[in-house]
Design a protein. Structure first.
Length: 246
């Protein structure tokens, strides 16, 4: 190959070869934990596997808010909206009612993609108020919700603590789906991942962590134990009070 053609070939590959190729696999690259209490009583830990190879920008936002990297985030925030047989929504760390919160990129950021769907219970996705309005609010599904596929960026899956999610689902709510007890993220952060690994595109089960993390999580959970049909068509992008809706 002559020098001119070689230069063109290298330039073409530099421009058109992505640095980090997006994958449609449910490849766990990062882990975040949410320690949950209800009215001040610890109920357990939810560990979420994040798909950083598919939704890197959304995942980085979630990680930074979970660790409070920039001095704000999920510590002490609540799940302000719980709908049995649908989902639990949280992440509004400013107003605690679904009208607030913001991302590490500014008030909102664009939808990254809709590669992952709402495959079943335990999928973690961004709440929004319409296209390209992602902030800090997110939700965890209680069931498979295909009617909202293609409208919310799904970026993670509950890999441990689905029983805690079910406890939250059982909390009584008022007519506006607001829990009558305070469901709080009293601590959150990251856990180490030795290497990325695949999980199934299906409902969350009891434990889908790799062996090293699973052992630690079970030990931590044991310590905690020792201490002690909905009409979905009613939901549009906003409700009358300006809340983020699904």
């Amino acid at each position: 190959m002559d020098e001119k053609r070689l230069s063109f070939f290298l330039l073409f590959n530099f421009i058109f070869t992505p640095v980090n190729a997006i994958t449609s696999d449910a490849l766990v690259t990062d882990l975040v934990f949410l320690d949950i209490d209800i009215d001040g009583k610890e109920v357990g830990t939810i560990i979420i596997g994040l798909f950083g190879a598919t939704t890197p920008k959304t995942v980085q936002n979630f990680i930074s808010l979970s660790t409070e990297e920039y001095g704000y985030g999920y510590h002490g925030s609540i799940f302000h909206r719980i709908i049995p047989n649908f989902m639990m929504q949280g992440g509004d760390f400013t107003n605690s009612d679904g009208t607030g919160g913001y991302s590490i990129y500014g008030r909102n950021f664009r939808d990254e993609n809709f590669i992952h769907k709402h495959y079943g219970a335990g999928w973690v996705c961004m709440a929004n108020a319409g296209p390209d309005t992602n902030g800090s609010q997110f939700y965890i599904t209680f069931i498979k919700t295909p009617w909202i596929d293609g409208t919310h960026t799904c970026f993670g899956k509950v890999l441990f603590g689905m029983d805690v999610v079910r406890i939250c689902e059982g909390v009584q709510t008022d007519a506006n789906d607001r829990p009558l007890q305070k469901v709080e993220i009293f601590e959150s952060g990251i856990l180490p991942v030795k290497k990325p690994y695949l999980v199934s595109k299906s409902e969350s089960v009891i434990d889908e962590l790799d062996d090293s993390i699973s052992t630690m999580a079970n030990y931590q959970y044991s310590d905690d134990e020792e201490e002690g049909d909905y009409d979905y068509d009613d939901y549009d992008d906003y409700d009358d009070d300006g809340h983020y809706e699904l």
